[in-house]
Design a protein around this ligand. Structure first.
Ligand code: F6R
Length: 302
């Protein structure tokens, strides 16, 4: 598949923001084109830092990346990745956790080993850690910090919600610091929620926000309920902030399916506001939209 074509802007769009749009006939061609852009970047700079998303939308991208890696010659050994978010309270082995998703959909196929020296190294993979319901979930440093912060706590293993929130907040701050140390992120992949959320930055989130503990809205929990079957969807997540996301050099916003068309319209044609987190992208100078025909708010191939 050839690299994506020249940038175009929907005819009805007018404004300062100059995004690039690429519309594809299918999710597969979108995935392949987006993967090609990532691969091109890795070939230019082996130490690229990638920001990764979960959800349904990026799956064809990950599939295309795995295919390219299996063909041989793609060197990921110096690539660093940062995921956007993770639910609070889930074990990383839980099938609904984003740790599990990333392992299954991408990393298990790309891991570095002596037999696979071009693979990605475990220490270069970063996914926020949302597991903090028990004392034994915490690292040694976290256990000490917790005891210092809550000197009256006894030996009980279960963390109170106050304690758990405190730990998640400290982890969020540390995650943000690590992005600053290793970053900036060269390419940030994003999906978009039907309510305009980016990562788990829900409507009302500050556009300057950093990685933090967030409460999930009823809308997001209902939409994501499709993956949880008869279990409750967690109520909190640890998520990069919009301010963190906007620090990336380039942003690839991916959207597929008709259900994303309305929010894309609002994002592109409405004014920048906190009620629609995705409108913050208008403050960034290099956003590329990868859309399929159904999501395209202009309803025609650009
Ligand atoms: C995923 C994430 C979310 C999703 C969004 C769209 O890491 O942060 O913001 O990108 O909810 O999800 P899908 O792709 O399933 O429609």
């Amino acid at each position: 598949m050839s690299p994506i074509g020249p940038a175009t802007v929907p005819s009805s769009y007018s404004g300062e923001f100059k995004p690039h749009f690429h519309v594809f006939d299918s999710r597969e061609t979108l995935g392949q084109a987006c993967a090609n852009c990532i691969i091109e970047e890795i070939q230019k700079n082996k130490q690229v830092v990638l920001g990764l998303a979960t959800g349904s939308t990026p799956l064809p991208v990950y599939k295309a990346l795995v295919k390219a890696f299996n063909r041989g010659g793609l060197d990921l050994s110096e690539v660093t990745t940062f995921n956007l978010d993770e639910y609070v309270g889930l074990d990383p082995r839980d099938k609904q956790s984003y740790h599990y998703y990333m392992k299954e959909k991408l990393f298990k196929n790309l891991m570095w080993s002596e037999d696979n020296p071009l693979g990605i190294k475990t220490e270069n993979i970063h996914i926020p850690n949302g597991q903090a319901t028990k004392f034994q979930h915490l690292s040694f440093e976290e256990q000490n910090a917790l005891k210092k912060q809550f000197p009256l706590r006894g030996d009980e293993s279960t963390l109170s919600s106050l304690e758990s929130n405190w730990i998640i907040c400290r982890r969020a701050e540390a995650y943000d610091r690590l992005i600053n140390q290793c970053g900036p992120i060269d390419i940030q992949i994003l999906g978009i929620g039907e309510n305009g959320h980016l990562a788990f930055c829900e409507p009302g989130s500050s556009h300057e926000g950093r990685t933090s503990l967030v409460e999930l809205t009823a809308n997001t929990r209902a939409v994501n309920g499709r993956f949880f079957h008869d279990r409750n969807v967690p109520t909190q997540a640890i998520s990069m902030g919009i301010g963190t996301i906007l620090q990336a050099r380039k942003i690839y916003l991916l959207a597929t399916g008709e259900r994303k068309q309305e929010i894309l319209k609002k994002t592109l044609y409405g004014k920048v506001c906190e009620e629609i987190p995705a409108t913050a992208l208008k403050k960034h100078s290099e956003v590329i939209f990868f859309l399929d025909i159904e999501a395209n708010p202009d309803k025609r191939k650009l």
